[in-house]
Design a protein around this ligand. Sequence first.
Ligand code: NAG
Ligand code: NAG
Ligand code: NAG
Ligand code: NAG
Ligand code: NAG
Ligand code: NAG
Ligand code: NAG
Ligand code: NAG
Ligand code: NAG
Length: 859
Amino acid sequence: MGDHLDLLLGMVLVASPVLGISSCFSNGRMALYRFCNLTQVPQVPNTTERLLLSFNYIKTITTASFPFLEQLQLLELGTQFTPFTIDKEAFRNLPNLRILDLGHSRIDFLHPDAFQGLPHLFELRLFSCGLSDAVLKDGYFRNLESLTRLDLSINQISGLSLHPSFLELNSLKSIDFSSNKIPIVCEGELEPLRGKTLSFLSLANNNLYSRVSVDWKKCKNPFRNMVLETLDVSGNGWTANIIGNFSNAINGSQIFSLVITYHIMGSGFGFHNVKDPDWSTFSGLARSSVIHLDLSQGYIFSLNFRVFESLKELKVLNLAHNKINKIANEAFYGLDNLQLLNMSGNLLGELYDSNFDGLPKVAYIDLQKNHIGIIQDKTFRFLKKLHTLDLRDNALKRIDFIPSIPNIFLGGNKLVTLPNITLTANFIHLSENRLEDLGDLYFLLQVPQLQILILNQNRFSSCKSAHASSKNLSLEQLFLGENMLQLAWEAGVCWDIFKELFHLQVLYLNNNYLNFLPPGVFSDLTALRSLSLSFNRLMALSPGDLPANLEILYISRNQLLSPDPGLFTSLGAVDITHNKFICECELGAFISWLNQTNVTILGSQADIYCMYPNSLSGAPLYSVSVEGCDEEEILKSLQFSLFILFTVTLTLFLMAVLIVTKFRGFCFTSYMTAQRLVFKDRHTRGRESDMYKYDAYLCFSSKDFEWVQNALLKHLDAQYSNQNRFKLCFEERDFVPGENHIANIQDAVWNSRKIVCLVSRHFLRDGWCLEAFSYAQSRCLSDLNSALIVVVVGSLSQYQLMKHQSIRGFVQTQQYLKWPEDLQDVGWFLKKLSQHILKKEKRTKKDNNTPLQTLATIP
Ligand SMILES: *[C@@H]1O[C@H](CO)[C@@H](O)[C@H](O)[C@H]1NC(C)=O
Ligand SMILES: *[C@@H]1O[C@H](CO)[C@@H](O)[C@H](O)[C@H]1NC(C)=O
Ligand SMILES: *[C@@H]1O[C@H](CO)[C@@H](O)[C@H](O)[C@H]1NC(C)=O
Ligand SMILES: *[C@@H]1O[C@H](CO)[C@@H](O)[C@H](O)[C@H]1NC(C)=O
Ligand SMILES: *[C@@H]1O[C@H](CO)[C@@H](O)[C@H](O)[C@H]1NC(C)=O
Ligand SMILES: *[C@@H]1O[C@H](CO)[C@@H](O)[C@H](O)[C@H]1NC(C)=O
Ligand SMILES: *[C@@H]1O[C@H](CO)[C@@H](O)[C@H](O)[C@H]1NC(C)=O
Ligand SMILES: *[C@@H]1O[C@H](CO)[C@@H](O)[C@H](O)[C@H]1NC(C)=O
Ligand SMILES: *[C@@H]1O[C@H](CO)[C@@H](O)[C@H](O)[C@H]1NC(C)=O
């Protein structure tokens, strides 16, 4: 059997070209010539094992058509676009042929000796070839001693008078007569098959016994002395009456699996003219050893009293997709060996305690896709062997009837909350319900022996009920995708839902709107191997966020801007597609890690792309160069700016000297105006100076000091020049040496009217600066004013700023200044900054000191 599988696999592989796409070639072992406009068999090497010639125009096949191909095992000749003729011993040159496929061809002439000389033929496919009864009557299959499978479906056969040569076909196992026109089969017709065991016989879709009136006394048992492993009589329009007569007729013939799908038994919903099966319908099968009975796809409305009573050996009963609404008393009595009962896709609305009586061995009950809203408490209690109960896609609102069984499916119901019941289970499926309270999750985690818990597509978003905690929870897989955990977590509750889950190996948290992970939320998940955080809104991951032994991380479709590659190095595989990478120098380390890492990067390279800056938007990270990303680059450009600034200042000074000497009078008037303005300013300042020690606290990274001194201090601070009017505070000069740094920062923040933060690349890397920023922000909050002035220096994109939580908050809600790129604008900028510093705040004096003291106590 092994090489047949191999051949079939070959079929699947070569069947992949889409219809109409031709490929005409041979590679020695396989010759693929579909859609090649061939009118005759092409020249192929004598080593060919598979020859595929479907979809061509070959008209005749004769002995001379094929060269001697000793190796050939599979020949596919079906679906010729012209009617074709097969002559005597047409395939004689293919002595080792095992599969011959002529399906879907119009065979005008088939010589009775066409298939002679094929001693190894295993499978013959003659479906949809327009064949008549003659193909059975006239001995076409003589001498095919290896023939095992014969497919004669979709032809014009109207009677099964088999040629006596069938008697010699000792290998024959499977015959497909489906979709022919066989109205009746009686004892005698299949006589050459007596004594045989067939694994499969199909008489489906023939209107068998349903369009003629059958005199069963004369017709007798068509399957006498045959053993059928599977008999398929589906789609024949069988009523309960016909099935009853047929069952009686085949009294004693062994049929292990009887398939009667697409029957018309039963009154359906709202009709009464066709009767439901009753105890007499299947009673004739009592001695047929039926183990599997498939009655799906019909109209059964009511399961009557003891309808299956005679089927003592039945193990699998499929009643799916009928219209079952009623289960009569004792309906399942007699099914002493039944293990699987499939009643999915019916019209059940409620289940009663006695419904499943009489099923001592049932292990699996499938009740999916009904409308069940109510189930009595004891319905499943006494089914001792039950291990799987499938109640998906019903209308349940309560589940207190659930017994302790290993596998419970309750997805797609209307559960809003879970009752406090004692339950033991290995597997619980509860997706697509309406659960909201994470308290229910705590309850489920306590279920003893639970290994897999599926809770996708609920509404988990709150954390109301108190939760018990226990040690050493057994759960191994937890699916929590498509909930709203963010809502609970952002409220600061239920950060401990994954505590004690020391055995958890798989965790899905996709589609939960997460924009942060509570610190240490995964810290107990020491066994976790696979974690999905896809489809969330995470912007950054911190080193401690991921569980220690994680192997696979799915974090695609988040908003990671510039992740630290160090986070991923211990993983086996990571999916980071569709994030929002900022392709600037800071991402350099990540890009080069990506290029050379041994960690398997899942997904397509093209899906790992830059989002910003716009010039690189959509470019794959793999194609971005990190060359020229010097650490000091930004500083150099600042130095260059300073050089220009001074040149400009000098020029202006010289020009001013010139102008002053030439237009002395005019200058004087201007000076007076200016003085008046300055006086006004001084007046304002004077009034407020008793409230604040400083006009502004200048907060910047010490690495930027040189630049700040030249660009700002010299132009603003009164100690640098008499021309300047501001009393500024900055660390290098005004902080009390030896004092606690935080205390210094707090003093500066609270004793200055304004805080000016010079946010540069260095600023963002300086913890003290970020700290000062936070203090300034908290002062803004407590004073309800805008004391904080942010000046962004250098080419920092908005998205780099966004990375820092405190700055993100500010940048998203308030305006900030940008140090001008054009040096011409520096003077104007300084004036504007001065105005900002001078701007009065609506702040009453009396609440001035209170917040200062309360906040100053923060360590
Ligand atoms: C077959 O003939 C059709 C129509 O003449 C043509 O379009 C097609 O390319 C031909 N195919 C091959 C493989 O020659
Ligand atoms: C195939 O044909 C070549 C000559 O064309 C011959 O030498 C070789 O033995 C043949 N092989 C088989 C497997 O028949
Ligand atoms: C079933 O058999 C009875 C008695 O032989 C006969 O009267 C009836 O017509 C049969 N029903 C069908 C549908 O063939
Ligand atoms: C089936 O056959 C057995 C003996 O072969 C016989 O006793 C029984 O009555 C038959 N049942 C039917 C329904 O004909
Ligand atoms: C029950 O039948 C339905 C419909 O044919 C099928 O989808 C389902 O898998 C079956 N259930 C079992 C447990 O076999
Ligand atoms: C659930 O029931 C158990 C005992 O039946 C009780 O100990 C526990 O407190 C209950 N839990 C809740 C949340 O009501
Ligand atoms: C924890 O539970 C597992 C089974 O889930 C068990 O094998 C193990 O011994 C338990 N450990 C402790 C410390 O209870
Ligand atoms: C990736 O690595 C190769 C050599 O392993 C190197 O040639 C290529 O430039 C690197 N690409 C990037 C984007 O770093
Ligand atoms: C990748 O694996 C190879 C061989 O196992 C090793 O030599 C190399 O250092 C690894 N590279 C990284 C970046 O871990």
